[in-house]
Design a binder for this molecule. Structure first.
Ligand SMILES: Nc1ncnc2c1ncn2[C@@H]1O[C@H](COP(=O)(O)OP(=O)(O)OP(=O)(O)O)[C@@H](O)[C@H]1O
Length: 601
């Protein structure tokens, strides 16, 4: 297990100008999500504007009250009190409505985005997952989605509602007194300028802090996934040391971030305080000279925040916007990747298929050939064993049949038609895999077998378990078929897991069976009975067997002996043994090592 953190990725995207974002594809993608929820936005922006109207009404009523004080006619006083009650009630209702809409929007957007990202990730070619660490995909689903969501849920409605509020409140204050209005309006732009103080330092520190968070999750994920190796290799101390190093960086960046934020927040608040003091001073002077009443000054004080708020929030929103777009960029990079089209093409007809590899050449990376000029045929219903040293290309041959990758040279024919002409879905539907690398899902035994055929009846599941020699141990589990097997089947032995994988394949009722080291974890007795039963349940299937154990391939109709991606020998076991070539010496060497030579030759 490697505890190397994912490559650091410091982007400059968040430092781009706001105007350039308007042309940005990611930004437009975010807006298209906004369109889907337009009624929520209309409701949220509408309630936000009504709240501003209520604040204006409150300030104006207060102004009237203070202007009349202390000689307020009884009649007018009761009207004013009634108005205050109505305003307070409407503010309560509107705040509730606004919060409710925001929370509904929040959940809908997160749910929808997460669902569509997971759906998309599943449909990306296997090459994407083989070349990207899963923690990166999880990061996209969590952090980057969260950042993009903040923009969609909060920033968009602020960007619409706050400028409108600013105009109305500004006009009202100008009507109270032009000078007081001008002071209130000037605070906002000054705040925008003060926001520039230490801005890029703040963004750099925030980015470094994000990288620390990513490293923390990566290390936790790697440690817990590989907990057995961590314990067996006594890596606890090195994991602790790594976490300590990350935390040390985290603390340093956090302190830096807090210091910068504090300085920024002081400078950001300065124009507000200065405006308040100037306004009060000038207001008091205007009051003494009789230019405004007490009510005018009260309205100024009440609404000062409301007129400055749009700018304060706008500044934060612009900062968020740049971060959101840079976070969302990675998300949309993934979303823009082409999915596998698994439905296009013809349907593979039922029954065991005939398969032919014709001069196949394939590489994962340019210049490193994995398969070279590979040709062989498997007639319908026959079995072919792929034998050869580790890394010879056996699993790769199977990956090509699954269409996880396409060969760069040559072609694969299935029932005398190119593999590419069939719908991937229909090919994979006909295939079943018993693999040395079994993945069991967290859930019950029955649910894990059912993966082979979703919706299978309990009787079908039990039959498959019996054929896979799994039923005996399942019956001994505390809840039989309904026993939970733990994360990745951690509560089962390797042999038991392998038998569940066999049961899953049996249930699938496939016509093309891939047996990748199918019995490597089974004891000799169970393997012998697996081989016997295989003849029964898989008799009608075309089979590809990958095995190092000779007993597994003894009954194969054909054998391909591979070395460095080339088929060096092809024939039946008997023919290859008679050839006295590479296969025979491999066979004898293997036999010597595992004591099978006598039984084989
Ligand atoms: N996703 C991948 N990206 C790049 N190289 C890969 C990838 N998968 C396999 N390889 C390389 O391709 C070669 C063949 O690998 P493959 O898994 O097909 O061998 P194999 O014969 O099945 O080995 P084994 O018997 O050990 O399972 C190896 O050199 C391997 O490192």
């Amino acid at each position: 297990m490697s505890l190397r953190p994912p490559a650091k990725r410091i982007t400059d995207n968040h430092r781009r100008s706001v105007l350039s974002l308007l042309k940005d594809k990611t930004f437009r993608n975010l807006l298209s999500i906004v369109k889907t929820y337009k009624w929520y936005y209309i409701g949220a922006v509408g309630s936000q504007l009504l709240l501003t109207a209520a604040a204006l009404f409150f300030a104006d009523t207060s102004r009237r009250l203070f202007d009349l004080a202390p000689h307020v006619p009884r009649n007018t006083l009761s009207q004013i009190i009634l108005m205050f009650v109505c305003i307070a009630l409407s503010q309560l209702v509107l705040t509730f409505l606004n919060n409710w809409l925001r929370s509904a929007l929040n959940e809908s957007v997160v749910y929808e985005m997460r669902r569509s990202i997971l759906n998309h990730l599943q449909r990306l070619p296997l090459s994407f997952h083989e070349n990207n660490h899963s923690s990166n995909s999880v990061n996209v689903m969590n952090n980057e989605l969260e950042i993009a969501k903040n923009f969609i849920v909060y920033d968009v409605q602020r960007l619409i509602a706050l400028p409108i509020s600013f105009v109305f409140v500004g006009i009202y204050l100008l009507s109270v007194h032009p000078l007081l209005g001008a002071i209130a309006i000037a605070i906002g732009p000054l705040q925008m300028v003060s926001n520039l103080v230490l801005k890029s330092k703040f963004q750099q520190a925030a980015e470094l802090q994000n990288l620390v968070t990513r490293d923390v999750f990566f290390t936790i994920g790697e440690t817990l996934h590989g907990i057995r190796e961590v314990k067996a290799n006594q890596m606890e101390d090195s994991v602790n040391a790594r976490m300590a190093e990350i935390q040390k960086r985290g603390v340093a960046y956090n302190v830096l971030l807090t210091n910068i934020s504090t300085i920024r927040s002081i400078t950001k608040d300065l124009p507000g305080h200065a405006g308040y003091l100037t306004g009060i001073g000038i207001g008091a002077a205007l009051m003494t000279s009789g230019d405004i009443g007490v009510g005018g000054l009260v309205a100024f004080i009440t609404l000062l925040d409301k007129v400055a708020e749009p700018f304060t929030v706008l500044v934060d929103t612009i900062n968020n916007l740049q971060r959101s777009v840079s976070g969302a960029r990675r998300l949309f990079e993934v979303m823009d990747m082409a999915e596998e089209d698994t439905r296009a093409g013809t349907v593979l007809e039922a029954g065991a298929p005939a398969i032919r590899y014709e001069n196949i050449g394939f590489h994962y990376t340019e210049g490193a050939e994995t398969l070279r000029n590979l040709s062989f045929t498997i007639p319908a219903g026959k079995s072919l064993a792929l034998v050869g040293p580790s890394g010879a290309g056996k699993s790769t041959i199977v990956k090509l049949l699954y269409r996880f990758y396409d060969p760069q040279q040559g072609r694969i024919q299935v029932n005398d038609r190119p593999l590419q002409t069939y719908a991937i879905h229909s090919i994979r539907e006909r295939m079943a895999l018993v693999s040395q690398d079994i993945y069991l899902f967290d859930g019950t035994v029955a649910a894990n077998i059912e993966v082979g055929k979703p919706g299978a009846s309990r009787d079908e599941i039990i039959r498959a378990a019996k054929l896979a020699q799994a039923y005996a141990f399942i019956e001994l589990l505390p809840n039989g078929m309904d026993s939970e097997i733990g994360e990745r089947g951690i509560k089962l032995s390797h042999g038991q897991k392998q038998r569940l994988s066999i049961a899953r394949a049996i249930l699938r009722d496939a016509s093309l069976l891939i047996l990748d080291e199918p019995t490597s974890a089974l004891d000799v007795e169970t393997e012998a009975s697996f081989q016997r039963d295989l003849g029964e349940w898989a008799s009608g299937c075309t089979k590809i067997i990958i095995a190092h154990r000779l007993s597994t391939i003894r009954d194969a109709d054909y054998i391909v002996f591979l070395e460095h991606g080339e088929a060096v020998e092809f024939g039946t076991a008997e023919e290859l043994l008679r050839m006295n070539g590479r296969f025979r010496s491999y066979w004898e060497k293997q036999g010597r090592e595992i004591g099978e030579e006598q039984s084989v030759v």
